[in-house]
Design a protein around this ligand. Structure first.
Ligand SMILES: *Cc1c(COP(=O)(O)O)cnc(C)c1O
Length: 492
């Protein structure tokens, strides 16, 4: 009568855990050794290299149905994946805008995955590490302890979170309940140098791209504050609802830093939300020699920063900070009954998903936490100063070299320039410089990207890299000049 119920599944139960823990330990040790050597020798490898077609074709193999020993899987990674990186951990990678990672951060990602905690919330150590990293971010940029914040996948989502709060607060209605169609026509303002993620944000927020008014910039690519004031007044007179000023603390094209104090004053006077996109420059606040460049940062109502840039955390981790913690929570909190807090036990911790868009969230805080503890914040400040100094070093070389032209003032660590032998029109210069850039990439020498400033194409070096040395910059200049000298006749 009291026979125990039999599992319907008669075969031995399975698990993903290894059968042979000792054997796995041996594999794991080798994996770590190889990984450390990989990073140690990064300078000796090409920054980037084209994948041979047979490697490419292996990424089209079908879904594996049957097992393969881990050794074989790791061999495939060593053969097909590790030799073909983006290249951003290399000392001569200066394209777009990325950090260059670090070994301790990689160990942290491994340990975070081993512990496997979900940062949706709850009372456990990972949640406290997450909160502590957010607190440290507030401290670094000078926001008060009462501010709130959340770690995100990156700056784009950090900006989206800030702009969502701005939209909801500034709509003057219960926007969560009634939606954007019930709101007045909100207007956001940023410069014509604003990052593309803000366009995605206003579109995602249901406001439409036109709700983001781009204001012209001055000779230093900073927002023209009087023009911004005129735009706000014009929109108000037209029955629109000015809502938010988005400042660039380090614009993506040139590194320009808007006049944050003037924008904070204007936002206060006009009763607008003040959001700072500090994905590039907010952390200059910790750099002893340059921190005055971002004065006014701490007046932000919301601020996006990117630890996977100048803190060199391995991808990905961004952070949104919000001065009014209640407004932050009121934008995202939902608290369904299946996630109610308890006074004791695991669910007694704060539910961190109340501060953003994700429910489940990875333990990305650990890589920031461990690296900050290992090196101390002062070293990160010095590394930021070092990159800015390197960019000014490159700038001085360009200014002294007749075949190179500086295309924008260098404020921080971004240098816009081009090879210009004279006698070429804009199209010719673009073709020539693009070819120089592509050859440098294809030969694995250095990776730059390009951009267009006021209709003029140029090369762009964004030195957010703790491995870069002055000699790398000397090499870059020599290689650009040599290729330019050779290629200019082919273009003409
Ligand atoms: C990098 C960057 C972003 C986007 O951040 P992600 O981390 O790439 O999502 C936004 N704004 C600026 C100024 C940036 O440099």
């Amino acid at each position: 009568m009291d026979a125990k119920p039999k599992p319907a599944y008669a075969a031995a139960e399975e698990t993903l855990d290894p059968d042979d823990w000792k054997g796995i330990q041996r594999i794991a040790h080798r994996l770590v050794d190889d990984a450390v050597v990989h990073l140690r020798d990064v300078r000796q490898r090409p920054v980037w290299q084209e994948m041979p077609s047979e490697v490419r074709s292996r990424f089209r193999e079908p879904l594996p149905l049957h097992p393969e020993p881990l050794d074989a899987v790791l061999a495939a990674v060593a053969r097909d994946v590790m030799p073909y990186p983006m290249g951003n951990v290399h000392p001569r990678f200066w394209a777009w805008y990325m950090g260059s990672g670090n070994l301790t951060g990689a160990f942290a990602d491994f340990l975070a995955a081993i512990q496997g905690s979900n940062l949706g919330g709850g009372d456990h150590a990972a949640a406290l590490v997450d909160r502590q990293v957010v607190d440290w971010c507030k401290h670094m940029v000078g926001l008060p302890e009462t501010a709130s914040g959340t770690l995100t996948s990156g700056g784009s989502v950090a900006n989206l979170i800030g702009l969502t709060i701005a939209r909801n607060v500034m709509s003057g209605i219960d926007l969560r309940e009634f939606g954007v169609s019930a709101a007045p026509p909100l207007r956001f303002y940023g410069s014509d140098q604003i990052h593309s993620c803000h366009r995605k944000a206003v579109e995602t927020l249901g406001l439409g791209n036109r709700a983001l008014r781009r204001i012209e910039t001055d000779a230093g690519f900073r927002i023209d504050v009087p023009a911004l004031r005129r735009a706000i007044e014009e929109d108000r007179a037209a029955g629109l609802r000015p809502a938010c000023i988005i400042a660039n603390a380090g614009a993506v094209n040139t590194g320009a830093i808007d006049d944050l104090e003037a924008l904070a004053d204007l936002a206060a006077e006009q009763k607008l939300w003040f959001h700072v996109d500090g994905c590039i420059g907010a952390l200059i606040a910790i750099a002893p020699l340059h921190r005055s460049l971002v004065a006014g940062l701490n007046r932000a109502d919301s601020l996006a920063l990117d630890p996977h840039k100048w803190l060199h955390a391995p991808f990905d981790v961004g952070c949104c900070l919000v001065k009014d913690a209640a407004a932050h929570r009121a934008t995202f909190a939902t608290m369904p009954e299946y996630l109610e807090s308890a006074s004791r036990g695991l669910a007694s911790g704060e539910w961190l998903h109340e501060y953003g868009l994700q429910t489940s969230r990875g333990f990305r805080a650990l890589k920031v936490w461990m690296t900050l503890k290992e090196h101390g914040v002062e070293k990160f400040g010095r590394l930021i100063d070092q990159n800015i100094d390197q960019a000014h070093y490159l700038t001085r070389i360009i200014e002294a070299e007749p075949r190179l032209s500086l295309m924008a003032p260098t404020t921080i660590n971004i240098v816009c320039f081009r090879y210009d032998p004279g006698g070429l029109d804009e199209a010719g210069l673009k073709a020539l410089n693009a070819e120089i850039m592509l050859q440098l990439q294809e030969e694995g020498v250095a990776v730059l990207s390009d951009t267009t400033l006021r209709g003029r194409h140029c090369l762009r070096a964004a030195i957010c890299n703790h491995r870069t040395r002055h000699e790398d910059i000397d090499l870059l200049v020599a290689e650009v000049l040599q290729r330019g000298d050779r290629l200019q006749f082919a273009i003409k």
